[in-house]
Design a protein around this ligand. Structure first.
Ligand SMILES: Nc1nc2c(c(=O)[nH]1)N=C([C@H](O)[C@H](O)COP(=O)(O)OP(=O)(O)OP(=O)(O)O)CN2
Ligand SMILES: [Zn+2]
Length: 137
């Protein structure tokens, strides 16, 4: 059967602070600079989910978009209008860089998808200039 990729894009707003519990106060300042500011800062993140799979001959779809929308919303609810470091368990022990946000969103989505085998990659655009992609490996 022909293989097709499909992509859905969502946005969310969240606050965070780059700080590692494995670094001293001075090392955190040195490593993360302004992003280590005590009171944090925020982003309007863009989240792109790409699926890849065979087109089902009956439905004509790789994956039902209505289903994907619901599943992505379950993940968005955990981060949108949140403080990532304080509200999301994953980031209590993992620095909230966009590399790790991409990993979190990928793993969380995979855990709620009815057919996770078609999940190809998740991309996080922290700003239009800073873009991060995780493919699950
Ligand atoms: N590898 C990473 N480096 C940095 C990350 C990250 O997630 N991964 N994040 C940050 C900060 O959190 C911050 O989001 C950077 O944003 P911003 O200051 O807007 O980015 P730039 O400095 O590139 O923007 P300019 O417009 O060029 O000033 C930092 N590093
Ligand atoms: Zn940031």
């Amino acid at each position: 059967m022909p293989t097709v990729t499909m992509e859905r894009v969502e946005m969310f707003s969240a606050a965070h602070r780059l700080n590692s519990e494995n670094l001293s106060v001075a090392e955190n300042k040195e490593t993360f600079g302004k992003c280590n500011n005590d009171n944090g800062h925020g982003h309007n993140y863009v989240w792109k989910v790409k699926l890849r799979g065979e087109v089902d001959p009956v439905s004509g779809m790789v994956y039902d978009l209505a289903k994907l929308k619901k599943e992505m919303n379950l993940v968005l609810d955990t981060v949108d209008h949140r403080n990532l470091d304080k509200d999301v368990e994953f980031f209590k022990t993992t620095v909230s860089t966009s590399e790790n946000v991409a990993i979190y969103m990928y793993q969380k989505l995979k855990s709620v998808m009815s057919n996770p085998s078609v999940l190809y990659k998740c991309t996080i655009e922290e700003t239009p200039k800073n873009v991060f992609t995780y493919k699950g490996n």
